[in-house]
Design a protein around this ligand. Structure first.
Ligand code: ZN
Length: 64
C-alpha cells in the first residue's frame, strides 16, 4: 500500500532507516506502543514538501 503525503497528496518515498542514539518511544496511555519489542520504525519522506512520517511493518501485531 503506497503512502500518500497528508499535506500535498504526493506519493511518498518509503523505507528510510530510522536511527536514534537516544532511543525513540511512542506510547499511549502509559502503554508502550512502539519500541524494540515490536520492531524497528521506518520513515517515509515526501519528495514534494519534505513531510516525514514514521511507520512500522508489523502494526497489526501492535494495534489491537
Ligand atoms: Zn508532501
Amino acid at each position: 500500500m503506497k503512502k500518500i503525503c497528508n499535506q500535498c497528496q504526493t506519493e511518498m518515498i518509503e523505507d528510510f532507516k530510522v536511527e536514534s542514539y537516544g532511543g525513540i518511544t511512542i506510547s499511549k496511555k502509559g502503554k508502550f506502543f512502539l519500541n524494540a519489542t515490536y520492531g524497528k520504525p521506518h520513515a517515509a519522506v515526501c519528495p514534494n514538501c519534505g513531510c516525514v512520517i514514521f511507520y512500522i511493518d508489523n502494526y497489526k501485531d501492535v494495534v489491537k
